[in-house]
Ligand binder design. Structure first.
Ligand code: HPA
Length: 279
């Protein structure tokens, strides 16, 4: 029980640190994955808070994952963005992985837009494709909800049958169509990492129904659903899964493809936010 109490107390301290700098009440929370971090720089009227200045907020050591919370507006929508996230593979506890997410919910966000870079397990997916996450497989063996439930955060047994909100998926598809941005759809499998998968693991994941595979997002979605937020997830497919192409996998290539797709990804994100502004 001590653990649950202390994590709630930690969260309140973090909220107070943010509240000391801004009284903004964001509607939409954004978790910006590889290549998309710079979107947070474009938020208008922004308050930027380095993670180091937020008590309890874990800090990432991975290159290319800047760490700060940015609170501002995009397309007229009050937003809060995590510019950089921490991953399980860095050794963080599941509760730490979703700490920023819970903070954003506590600041008032009711919608989570979560993005990531992912490998394609479905051979039809090509590097550079954007994929709407329709559902997920949590293959990490972990959950941020382990231990005593903090009723202040959400229910003991949250429903996950519509983890990725059907209404938001329809909205994203409509926006993508209007903008002429091709948008695939599929199931995202979240693994621990940090090694990329073996070809046998990719074949296993295909049989389990995975279309894309990555090392993030599933815990954040669980925590967001626990908090009652609606979730929209979009993956940038940066590479074919191991064994599906002659090319070996490396982080630099993942980053490079994510950077190349950025403009299209940002256009889709802006379109979604503009549509949410009218909701
Ligand atoms: N596997 C897991 N995570 C990833 C991949 C991949 O192929 N590409 C980008 N993130």
């Amino acid at each position: 029980m001590a653990h649950a109490v202390s994590s709630a107390a930690r969260l309140e301290e973090a909220v107070a640190a943010v509240r000391a700098r801004t009284d903004a009440c964001p509607r939409v929370a954004l978790v910006l994955g590889s290549g998309l971090g710079s979107f947070a720089d474009t938020l208008e009227g922004a308050t930027r808070i380095p993670y180091e200045d937020i008590p309890g907020m874990p800090v990432s050591g991975v290159a290319g994952h800047a760490g700060r919370l940015v609170i501002g507006r995009a397309e007229g929508v009050p937003c809060v963005a995590m510019q950089g996230r921490v991953h399980l593979y860095e050794g963080h506890d599941p509760g730490d992985v979703v700490f920023g997410l819970r903070l954003m919910m506590r600041l008032g966000a009711k919608v989570l837009v979560v993005t990531n870079a992912a490998g394609g397990a479905n051979p039809a997916l090509e590097p550079g494709d954007l994929m709407l996450i329709e559902d997920h497989l949590n293959m990490t063996g972990r959950t941020p909800l382990l231990g005593p439930n903090d009723e202040a955060l959400g229910p003991r047994f949250p429903d996950m049958s519509e983890a990725y909100d059907p209404g938001l998926r329809r909205l994203a598809r409509k926006v993508a169509g209007e903008l002429g941005i091709p948008l695939r759809g599929g199931v995202y499998a979240g693994l621990l990492g940090p090694s990329y998968e073996t070809p046998a693991e990719i074949r296993m994941l295909q049989r389990l129904g995975a279309d894309a595979v990555g090392m993030s997002t599933v815990l954040e979605t669980i925590a967001a659903r626990h908090a009652g937020a609606r979730v929209l997830g979009i993956s940038c497919i940066t590479n074919k899964g191991a064994g599906l192409s002659a090319q070996l996998l490396d982080h630099a290539e993942v980053q490079e493809v994510a950077d190349r797709v950025r403009d299209r990804f940002v256009a889709l994100l802006r379109g979604v936010l503009a549509a949410l502004a009218k909701e």
